[in-house]
Structure formats: C-alpha cells, structure tokens
Write a protein that binds this ligand. Structure first.
Ligand code: HEC
Ligand code: HEC
Length: 214
C-alpha cells in the first residue's frame, strides 16, 4: 500500500467515525415514526407534534431519549400502575413496541417547535415566574429550574427535557402530577422534591413564564 493510500484510508475512517458520533442523528427511523404519528397521534398532538390544545403537550423539538422514556413509562406493567399514570396515553402506547417508541421519538425530535399557549399577561405573575425559574426560592429551598433545564429552557440532553414554549396549562398539570404522585418517573425524585416545596401560586407563575420562553 502506498503512503497516500494509507492517508486516504485513515481519513475515511475518521470521517465515518465523525458521522457515527454525530449527536444530531437520533437513534430511530424517522419515516416509520412519521407514519405512526400520522395514524394515531396527530389528532391530539398535530401531525408535526405542535399540539395547539393546551392540555396536550407540544412534542416537536423534544430530545428523543426523553420522549422515548415517557412512552415506555406510560405503559402499565401487569399489576403495577405505570410510573407515569395517565389513562389516555396508557391506551395509546399499549400496542407500541420499544422500536415504535424510538421511531416516534426520533421523528418528533426533528420537528421545528412552535410556541404554545400562555394564559396571562399579568406582569406580577410573570415576574414571580421568572424569579423562581432563574433563582428558585431561598426561603423554601426551591432550586432554580434553570439549573437543570438551562437558562433558556432548552433543557440539557438526554435527561433534562426541553421546556421552553410548552403550553402553560400542560406544564402546570405536570407539576401537579409530580406533587400528587401520579407522575413518579423522575430519576432520584428530583421533580417530586422540587414541587413538594412550592406553593400553587409559584407553580402557576413558573408555568406561565416557561410558556413564553423561546
Ligand atoms: C386522545 C388524545 C391523545 C392522543 C391520540 C395521543 N396523545 Fe400523547 N398525550 C395526550 C395527553 C392529554 C398528554 C398529557 C398526559 C399527562 O398529563 O401526563 C399526552 C402526553 C404525551 C407525551 C408526554 C410528553 C412530555 O413532554 O412528557 C408524549 C411523549 C406523547 N403524549 C406522545 C404521543 C404519541 C407518540 C401518540 C401516538 C402514538 C400520542 N401521544 C397520542 C393526549 C394524546
Ligand atoms: C435537579 C434537577 C431539576 C430541577 C432543579 C428541576 N427539574 Fe424539572 N425535571 C427534571 C428531570 C430529570 C425531569 C424529567 C423526568 C422524567 O424523566 O420524566 C424533569 C421534568 C420536568 C417537567 C416535565 C416536562 C414534560 O414535558 O412533561 C416539568 C414541567 C419540569 N421539569 C419543570 C420544572 C420546574 C418548573 C422547575 C423549577 C421549579 C424544575 N423543573 C426544576 C429535573 C429537574
């Protein structure tokens, strides 16, 4: 082998490794995901995952690992209730395989997210929300949401979901679900601990603030 051939071979190897390590390429078949999304999910989450109904979350642009995890955890396991107990979504995932879930998650991760619905323009509410989101509440030991979900609400993959622009009504419903234990799929109970220290007023305010983040 000539030296120039060796150099070319090494360069090809490096290039193929780079392509393989590219984190933007999700683990899943987006075309297959798109097909299931159109058939089952679009009625509630819209065809590209940008739900316009404030109770139904926007899925577009969410990290694939997070979405696939949610789909698995909506599934009830024999006698045990699901880690994320929601009857509507439990019936939606009942007949999906783990691969279907990965494909759906990969499809939604590639869609461009739109901004959801907020419910108030009240400055004092949004100011309280911003204070909690960026600085927490020292008196009651509520940590800043931004420490895990990032300052802009883009989240930190793979564990900390993107929140920015999500419907305020949906966000508030999840804070309530963590509080009441119908949702207990947060590793180390990080979210359950956070919300146990928050007032309803704080939860509402931070939900409104997050829905306006871009
Ligand atoms: C009948 C309406 C409906 C249909 C159809 C539906 N969903 Fe949902 N989905 C919901 C609702 C309501 C929630 C909020 C559940 C909760 O409060 O925990 C939700 C939550 C989710 C979440 C959690 C998002 C997050 O940010 O944590 C994912 C992921 C999801 N749905 C994916 C799907 C997929 C994939 C399908 C199709 C296979 C589907 N949904 C079909 C209503 C629906
Ligand atoms: C210590 C880290 C941590 C902090 C601090 C934190 N979160 Fe979270 N949060 C998480 C993790 C981890 C999840 C994902 C749980 C899962 O896998 O289902 C999550 C999930 C969520 C969800 C569900 C998103 C969805 O699409 O359903 C909401 C809403 C949320 N957090 C809001 C907040 C708010 C508001 C604050 C501040 C008051 C906050 N979080 C502070 C770690 C954190």
């Amino acid at each position: 082998m000539k030296i120039s051939e060796i150099i070319v071979a090494v360069l090809m190897l490096i290039l193929s490794c780079l392509a393989f390590a590219n984190p933007v390429v999700p683990d899943g078949d987006t075309e297959k995901g798109k097909e299931i999304a159109a058939g089952i999910c679009a009625g509630c989450h819209n065809s590209d995952g940008n739900s316009i109904i404030p109770n139904n979350p926007i899925l577009a642009g969410q990290y694939a690992e997070y979405t696939a995890k949610q789909l698995r955890e909506f599934r009830a396991d024999n006698k045990k209730s699901a880690k994320r107990d929601n009857p509507t979504m439990a019936s939606m995932v009942a007949n999906l395989s783990d691969d279907d879930m990965k494909n759906l998650a990969a499809y939604y991760a590639q869609q461009q997210p739109q901004t959801g619905v907020n419910n108030t323009n009240d400055e004092s509410v949004l100011e309280l929300g911003e204070k909690i989101y960026l600085g927490g509440n020292l008196d009651s030991a509520v940590p800043a949401c931004s420490s895990c979900h990032s300052v802009t609400g883009q989240g930190i993959p793979p564990h900390y979901p993107r929140l920015s622009g999500q419907h305020a009504t949906y966000i508030f419903s999840q804070l309530q679900a963590f509080r009441h234990g119908t949702r207990k799929n947060d590793v180390n109970h990080s979210m359950q601990t956070v919300v146990s220290r928050m007032s309803v007023k704080e939860m509402k305010a931070v939900s409104e603030f997050i829905s306006l983040l871009k």
